[in-house]
Design a protein around this ligand. Structure first.
Ligand SMILES: [Zn+2]
Length: 104
């Protein structure tokens, strides 16, 4: 039983580290609405307090919740608060960037 807890804890730590590394991935993106490009504001779904509570009470739900939050972030444009944002280094993002550059 003791081994099982330690093993479970290690797996949880590994997944937690993976989820946290995902959080940092907000690179340069471009807004399809206004053409703003740069670092976007990102906010994970759900609440950090709920996440912490789930981690403290039950390990597995906390894990699932963290993965759910980290898996899909909500990006908003700092300029127009639009959610229609694509990565700047994607082919569509580059094309869009050129389009907006030509206009200005
Ligand atoms: Zn925008």
């Amino acid at each position: 039983m003791g081994m099982f807890i330690i093993f479970g804890f290690l797996i949880a730590l590994a997944i937690f580290a993976y989820v946290k590394s995902n959080y940092k991935k907000s690179s340069n993106v471009i807004c399809t609405k206004c053409g703003f490009s740069g670092k976007m504001r990102s906010k994970p779904r759900g609440s950090g307090a709920v996440e912490l509570l789930l981690w403290l009470c039950f390990l597995l739900p906390g894990l699932i919740y963290s993965a759910w939050r980290g898996g899909k972030k909500i990006y908003t444009c700092p300029s127009c608060s639009s959610n229609d944002i694509i990565p700047l280094d994607s082919p569509a993002g580059k094309k869009l960037s050129d389009t907006f550059k030509e206009q200005s």
